[in-house]
Ligand binder design. Sequence first.
Ligand SMILES: C[S@@+](CC[C@H](N)C(=O)[O-])C[C@H]1O[C@@H](n2cnc3c(N)ncnc32)[C@H](O)[C@@H]1O
Length: 397
Amino acid sequence: MPQIDHHKDAYRPATITKLELFENYLREWLPVFLKSSYYKEANIVDFFSGPGEDNLGKPGSPLRTLQTVKEFYDVSSLQDDFKQKRLNIIFNEASRKKCEQLKEAIKKFRDGNEISDYINIHIENKKFEDLFPEINPVIQEQFNLYFIDQSGLEHANQETFSELCRNKRTDFLLFLAASAANRFKDVAQKVLNLDDVTMNELESNSDFYQVHEILTNGFRRRAKEISPDFYIVPFSLKQVSNLYGVIFGSHNILGADKFLSSAWSISTDGSSNLDQDMIEKMKKKSEKQLSPGQSQLFAVDKLRAEQIKGEIYSAKINQLENKIEYYIQSSSTTNNLEVYKLTINSGFLPKHANELLLSLKNDCNLEFMKDGKKTRSPGIGYKQTKDGPTVEIIKNG
Ligand SMILES: C[S@@+](CC[C@H](N)C(=O)[O-])C[C@H]1O[C@@H](n2cnc3c(N)ncnc32)[C@H](O)[C@@H]1O
């Protein structure tokens, strides 16, 4: 499979979305560590760092990581947390030349930045396949965030993925060249050891956008063999005629919940850049009709962009509505914890499920019971369910 060099040109829109996804999740993950009374040490490991920025100076994952950490340090109420805890940030880049550029970019950041005194930055110049088995066994019991931003597929092999799922406190974002796996199915099967269900689904699938979800479902089955309560969330990235994807993994439902918040904050359906891709296509089509000097986008195009987003959002929310309705119809009683798990495993946020349950209340004749009394809220969310179910959802009649 061809390898692309992502740093000779400017980052493409799908790459920027991927980096934003990582950065947004880091913003959710970091305060969990800083505010935890349990975790004293944590590691952020960026296994495929690149040189730090693209050829236009746009920040890549290492500089985004440092900038985000600094933003938290600049909040004075968090400075003691930084001082009392140990945050290790490990950047790795296999290319010597890029690693030198990376060192330079990090040196620039460190100079004059007080935060550098309170975080431990390590820079490695190793191949992932050498570094991962070296450091993972040492830090696997700690609180970790791994960013595995490979270019192709090979480092999502069964051995590595299984190791990742065995780590109890590691959340990861694993990048996958999904359309390459679809195009070269036999190679992908060998490299990733895809199960028969995945292979059959890939063979019979005709929807390009579904490829990453199909692959992710295979990864989810594998993760659940290792730990039944493992959470896997996909995010698909279309770039011209290629489809890439990120697989998020965590043992913790709160991790998956927070990753989904990050995803929904940058995407209309919480699981892809389909909205950006469709709007981009629409813009290109209408730009062809522009004469020189005319404004970039007609008001009517802006309206159409909103319409596209609205259609994508409604179609997505319908999926959850169908799932919840089916779930409730097939069991006369359930509870807020079960619906919360269903919601997260389906790629939605608690607020979506709460809104849907409230709107289904009359149609499906539902009652929400808390401590033996009727309550108005279905109570879907992490806080409400972290110690077990607290609201019974009863279907009358
Ligand atoms: C997709 S890019 C990563 C982009 C980076 N996260 C950023 O924000 O710019 C993949 C990087 O991994 C490096 N690389 C390729 N093979 C590698 C390996 N086996 N181990 C570690 N790094 C590798 C490449 O030189 C490239 O810079």
